[in-house]
Write a protein that binds this ligand. Structure first.
Ligand code: HEC
Ligand code: CU
Length: 339
């Protein structure tokens, strides 16, 4: 009996770890000292310089402290002459700290200048809009027109700089992918810019870095960098309208989608759904995660999300849907067909 309960508890615990830990799945890559772009490398150099300087200062102070304590204990403390103690204050107390701080501030200013330089002309242009609590991602053509819209997953090619236009639909957010660049705020009524070029293929987790309300902590996103051919194929797919329902189940699921009012907030290009309050779902099934990297994009998590968004993200601006098991199943068939 006892054993049975323990096993069940273990199973629940493991289940919780699996689901709750998903947001952490990419967390090991969320480190500013594992840079994957020139921009982030510059920032990590400054970080390490400050670390080593601080370490040297710390060790020097500790040695002086120990020396002072030891001297203070000895019976015959030798007195520093007036001149020696004055020079000590001028050199160790003023000159050395001043030079150190000037070097560090100079280094940061210099880095800041080079980071805020114009992006090269051939940059891929993307508009990222922060919403409570998810990211809208729009790919732009040369004239600044949107050619494809997606959410929470920014795909970029490896061989090309990426220029970001950062905007906000509601409150101040901040775009931060520690492995790729520093933070840039998304401010209502303004367009901030930032650009970077990723070293090689990979996936990097990003995070809103400006407190923006209840679900700020669950406002994550992914940057996926791919070789050119793979990226081009991905973008071509994102540009295309959604695939139409191909069998009776997905067709029924599409009906459930419209009967439940999902189209009031979501767009599915190629259908009548043109809502803008929530993420574009045209190619939902091509994304790795849902709800801003809160859950893996699996049937179970999708079902849990549609049935009770607030159970996963309390405060999320999506109402729960009252559906029969059959309706939910059909709806999931439809959502999962949106490749
Ligand atoms: C009142 C507006 C609203 C309605 C109605 C609505 N949603 Fe949402 N939906 C949202 C918002 C906002 C989000 C983003 C939530 C977040 O991540 O914080 C969202 C997220 C989602 C996501 C996750 C998308 C992603 O890429 O992360 C799915 C799937 C989804 N909704 C499906 C549905 C379905 C199916 C319905 C109808 C049963 C529906 N929604 C009705 C506003 C709405
Ligand atoms: Cu935030």
């Amino acid at each position: 009996m006892n054993l049975g309960i323990k096993l069940r508890d273990k199973a629940i615990y493991i289940g919780m770890l699996l689901t709750v830990n998903f947001p952490m799945a990419y967390a090991q890559s969320q480190s500013a000292i594992q840079p994957a772009s020139d921009q982030a490398r510059g920032i990590s150099y400054i970080w390490w310089s400050m670390f080593w300087v601080a370490l040297i200062v710390f060790v020097a102070v500790m040695i002086l402290l120990a020396w002072g304590l030891w001297r203070g204990k000895s019976n015959n403390p030798s007195q520093l002459s007036y001149l020696a103690s004055r020079n000590l204050v001028i050199i160790a107390g003023i000159a050395v700290p001043l030079i150190t701080v000037i070097c560090l501030v100079g280094g940061s200013l210099f880095l800041g200048r080079s980071l805020s330089q114009q992006s090269p002309d051939n940059a891929l242009e993307v508009r990222v809009t922060g919403w409570m609590w998810w990211w809208q991602i729009e790919y732009l053509d040369d004239n600044g027109n949107t050619i494809a819209t997606t959410a929470n997953e920014l795909h970029v090619p490896v061989d090309r700089p990426v220029m970001l236009y950062l905007e906000s639909g509601d409150v101040i957010h901040s775009f931060w992918v520690p492995q790729l660049h520093g933070k840039t705020d998304l401010i209502p009524g303004r367009t901030n810019t930032s650009w970077f070029q990723v070293d090689g293929p990979g996936a990097f987790r990003g995070q809103c870095a400006e407190f923006c309300g209840l679900q700020h902590a669950l406002m994550g996103f992914l940057v996926v960098s791919e070789p050119k051919a793979k990226f081009d194929a991905w973008l071509a797919n994102q540009q295309a309208p959604a695939p139409s329902p191909s069998d009776s189940k997905t067709l029924a699921g599409q009906q459930v989608f419209f009967e439940s009012g999902c189209q009031q907030c979501h767009t599915i290009r190629g259908t009548e759904a043109r809502g803008t309050a929530g993420p574009d779902l045209t190619h939902l099934a091509s994304r790795q995660s849902i709800a801003s990297v809160t859950r893996k994009n699996s049937r179970a998590h999708l079902g849990g999300w549609v049935a009770d968004p607030n159970g996963i993200k309390p405060g999320a601006k999506m109402p729960m849907a009252q559906l029969s098991p059959k309706q939910l199943s059909n709806l999931l068939d439809y959502l999962q067909s949106l490749q």
